[in-house]
Design a protein. Structure first.
Length: 101
């Protein structure tokens, strides 16, 4: 099997895992409240004790797993964000799905 066909098969398997978990990998609509640059600005303007909630969309460029946590880089047209995932926030099942996807 050629390298291209192997990669295509891996991607199809990942799509199927997402669908089996009840997630739509290609939703018709996705809401985004901030670009990456706007999200960074919102976090910088907030105080250390203030919670900031944003919704961003982009391409996940990397994922690094570290025990019960994971770090990822999300990139959009405005820049790049580093994301931090914790199993006690996401739940072990979703963190596992993130690692496998």
């Amino acid at each position: 099997m050629s390298e291209r066909h192997r990669l295509e098969q891996v991607r199809l398997e990942k799509l199927e895992r997402l669908r089996q978990a009840g997630m739509d990998p290609y939703p018709n609509r996705a809401s985004r409240s901030h670009t990456s640059a706007q999200a960074i600005q919102a976090f910088q303007q907030a105080g250390a004790d203030q919670a900031v909630q944003v919704s961003v969309a982009g391409r996940m460029r990397s994922l690094r797993e570290m025990g019960q946590t994971a770090f990822a880089h999300l990139e959009d047209e405005a820049g790049r964000l580093q994301l931090y995932f914790r199993s006690d926030e996401l739940g072990e099942e979703r963190l596992t799905l993130l690692r496998e996807a």
